[in-house]
Design a protein around this ligand. Structure first.
Ligand code: GRF
Length: 263
């Protein structure tokens, strides 16, 4: 029997994915244990789920940090190891036409919150960090401090759409409004962009003319609760390998992409 992996989780809301992961750990479907649950939202009801299962929780409330910076940028203590130029170069979270000041205040306030998250996570060593409905983009400041071994990423996210379609905060809504006939969910590793990291697994469902946004969400969430534990179990068994691939397109252009192979 392989050693159980230690899983940390970050949530923002109801935590039904978290519940599916907790249940899968308890039933042995995932060879692992959840070691902590953190949230950016003190009201997240998923925190109660964690406490019921005896899992330690903590909160880093992003809102007052963002508010203080808005009122007076000097009132916010920027982490000593924060390098704005480095983070700006790496991140793909903002588009080129976003005003520099906006990019700067976004990255600084997030790094302040992320430094606090990292601090709160310190007592709980982990092998994998899962984002289970964590509604904050993580910046390179946080990602680089967690993914210390670049060849082996260890932050996973679940997204409510078939990526690369419909990144962003409302995957099922965007799928519905586009008139798609198929919807789905995606588990991927986090990279420096929004929902753009290497895909680990996907599940799809049919959309008929009887479907509403609510029924689409219902169908999607059911699949999420299966997909996330399956992907985490692949990780726990050492079956996920990230590989850098080069492809030549028909127009002669070469592209490079990191993809996940399931061994
Ligand atoms: C899920 O649809 C997930 O894909 C998205 O946020 C939602 C979280 O739901 N990132 P829950 O908190 O797990 O119930």
């Amino acid at each position: 029997m392989d050693k159980k992996i230690r899983i940390g989780a970050l949530i923002s809301g109801s935590g039904t994915n978290l519940q599916a992961i907790i249940d899968s750990c308890e039933s042995g479907k995932i060879n692992g244990d959840i070691t902590f649950v953190g949230s950016d939202n003190p009201e997240a009801s998923g925190l109660e789920r964690s406490s019921k299962h005896g899992i330690p929780t903590f909160v880093v409330d992003y809102k007052p940090i963002i508010q203080s910076y808005k009122q007076n940028p000097d009132s916010v203590k920027i982490p000593d190891d924060f390098d704005l130029d480095d983070i700006i170069t790496k991140q793909h979270l903002s588009s080129e036409d976003t005003p520099q000041e906006k990019v700067k205040s976004f990255l600084i306030t997030r790094a302040v919150a992320e430094a606090k998250l990292i601090n709160k996570m310190k007592p709980y060593p982990f092998d994998l960090l899962v984002l289970a409905g964590f509604m904050r983009n993580l910046t390179p400041y946080f990602i680089d401090r967690v993914n210390t071994d670049r060849a082996n990423p260890r932050i996973m996210n679940i997204h409510p759409a078939l990526l690369p379609s419909f990144p962003g905060v409302d995957g099922y809504g965007d799928t519905f409004r586009y008139g798609c006939k198929v919807g789905g969910c995606t588990v991927h590793f986090i990279d420096y962009g929004e929902d753009s990291g290497p895909i680990i697994g996907q599940k799809a469902f049919q959309i008929t003319s009887n479907d509403t946004l609510d029924t689409i969400k219902e169908k999607g969430l059911k699949l999420e609760w299966e997909l996330y534990p399956e992907c985490i179990e692949h990780f726990a068994r050492g079956r996920l390998q990230t590989v850098r691939m080069s492809y030549e397109l028909k127009n002669g252009k070469k592209i490079e992409r990191t993809v996940v192979k399931i061994l």
